[in-house]
Design a protein around this ligand. Structure first.
Ligand code: GLN
Length: 538
């Protein structure tokens, strides 16, 4: 079967949840047992998202194959439950980079290299290549940015041309503001967005309306008339109790059947057990029996998207434990001076997230010390593991100036040092220790082993620094447990406290947690949080 395409274009503004809509459609195809894959276009000229500040684009997501990609890939994987690959991320940087190197090579001798046809052809070829190699039934293409941006205009033109060769359904995601004074949903901005797309030669078959309230029938009618679409093609995308409900919501209103019909795909093959499994997870997320308080400590907490995967991992694990996780976002720099630990005491578990640079690290160390002394369940992710080791060296092993070489290169006791493989690297892009890395869990009594129930595991990584093995024996002697190493025993991957639930990992397990398949470590953490809550209330 020839691969079919769905192209999602956002109008008016960013932040409408294009990633969640794309993921919901991927999931719907999956419910019908069609193989669906996403493609994401990003107009920026960075080769990938690895060199960008999380404040601007949210977290950098890492795939098994070491690709550093847009955070939307996290949403795709969490919905689809499948690991994706870097070739599905097409950025301006990758495109122009390859075109310029081809030009230098002489591939276009005698030609003037231009946006049309060279860049647009390159986009179409990249998409067709994925289709030829991976043979999905459907590819759902999310065009980053907003219609009318210079940044993504060449992607939109390429999609217009894609439709000349292949079966393509265009979807316009737009925003419907409601004016408080009159309580009326205003359609004019959506009309303008739709018209902008028409100017680009694209007629969307569906308009998905993002709004805080339910799409009114009168609004639907108005937009349908204007856009020359039937009313059932104006799709409600109101706020959901949980974002994982969106595929089910789309199915409730019949969007799935219309979309399948447009693509010439059968709608009589719905895999009901799959749908009901998803539905029961959604129910549990919305109506849990209990609750736990989880403090997530980081340095980019003003923009929650910086920790999207950590947050979702907590939600996934909480739902399996039938509890709601109330998340308290703790800005680590607020804890540089040991002061108000009430917030931390109020938590049933603490997570210290990954990060780069010195700012906020002393606050993290203070929080980790407090969690250890008060026996508050603790999970350290990458930097959170490195600082757990530093805290232990300082306060248990008595190495007062212990630090990470990243923050104090001249410290006498550098517990965390640059990886050997990093020492000669000067380029910053794509050069960290990245992607899926194997680890051997050495102690069957450990939290790590009891979480994964396997001696050999794989998690994703993104770091340059590592535990300094010169301190291994000393810290072990002082009671720190080393419970996971790389298969060649050269790198420490997991450390644990001996007297209470505390575990740090050099990896990023949050990058592999899925709605239907939570991360084992987060499951254990939420379990420990539940225990603490129970014992507090007794
Ligand atoms: N900055 C640390 C390193 O590079 C930790 C990285 C992280 O938390 N992802 O090793």
């Amino acid at each position: 079967m020839q691969t079919k395409y769905v192209v999602i274009l956002g109008s008016l503004m960013s932040g409408l949840g294009k990633g969640v809509v794309t993921s919901s459609l991927l999931k719907i195809f999956d419910f019908y047992d069609y193989k669906a894959l996403p493609i994401k276009f990003d107009g920026y000229l960075n080769f990938d998202s690895g060199t960008m500040n999380p404040f601007q684009h949210g977290e950098v997501f890492v795939l098994d194959d070491k690709s550093e990609v847009d955070m939307d890939f996290g949403i795709y994987e969490r919905f689809l439950g499948r690991s994706l690959t870097g070739d599905l991320s097409i950025t301006g940087g990758k495109l122009f980079g390859s075109i310029i190197s081809k030009e230098r090579h002489g591939s276009y001798l005698g030609e003037t290299v231009q946006i049309i046809p060279h860049v647009t052809d390159q986009i179409i070829k990249s998409v067709e290549k994925v289709a030829a190699e991976k043979k999905p039934h459907v590819m759902v293409i999310e065009v980053g940015g907003t219609v009318g941006d210079i940044e993504n205009s060449y992607f939109i033109e390429a999609m217009r041309q894609l439709a000349l060769k292949h079966e393509v359904v265009f979807i316009n995601l737009t925003y419907l503001p409601t004016l408080d004074v009159v309580g009326e949903q205003k359609t004019k901005p959506a009309q303008i967005g739709f018209r902008l797309l028409l100017q680009d030669g694209i007629r969307a078959s569906f308009i998905i309306c993002r709004s805080s309230s339910k799409l009114l029938d009168s609004t639907k009618e108005k937009l349908a008339l204007f856009a020359n679409l039937t009313k059932d093609r104006i799709i409600d995308d109101q706020d959901q109790a949980t974002l994982y409900n969106l595929p089910l919501h789309f199915m409730d209103i019949g969007f799935d059947r219309l979309l399948l019909k447009d693509l010439g795909l059968k709608s009589d093959r719905l895999n009901l057990p799959k749908v009901s499994e998803w539905n029961s997870n959604v129910e549990k997320t919305v109506r849990p029996k209990g609750e736990v308080n989880i403090a997530i400590v980081g340095k980019y907490t003003h923009l929650k998207d910086s920790y999207a995967s950590v947050k979702e991992s907590v939600i996934h694990a909480a739902l399996k434990h039938d509890v709601r996780a109330n998340i308290d976002w703790v800005e680590s720099s607020d804890f540089e001076k040991k002061s108000d630990f009430e917030r931390i005491n109020n938590a049933d578990a603490v997570i210290v997230t990954g990060g780069f640079g010195k700012r906020g690290t002393e606050g993290m160390i203070n929080i980790i010390e407090h969690a250890r002394r008060e026996k508050i369940p603790y999970l350290g992710l990458c930097l959170g593991m490195q600082l757990m080791a530093v805290e232990y060296a300082r306060n248990v092993a008595g190495l007062k100036d212990a630090n990470s070489a990243e923050f104090k290169p001249d410290a006498k006791n550098r517990i965390i040092v640059l990886l050997d493989s990093q020492k000669r690297i000067t380029d910053k892009g794509g050069t960290m220790r990245l992607g899926a890395q194997e680890c051997v869990l050495t102690d069957t009594q450990s939290i790590a082993y009891r979480s994964y129930r396997s001696k050999r595991i794989s998690e994703r990584h993104r770091h340059r620094y590592e535990f300094n093995n010169q301190y291994l024996e000393l810290l072990k002697k002082n009671g720190l447990k080393i419970t996971g190493m790389t298969p060649d025993r050269s790198l420490v991957e997991f450390i644990e406290w001996k007297d209470s639930f505390g575990i740090g990992t050099q990896s990023h397990p949050e990058l592999k947690s899925r709605f239907e398949n939570p991360s084992p470590l987060f499951l254990s953490l939420i379990g420990a949080a539940k225990e603490r809550r129970k014992s507090k209330s007794n």
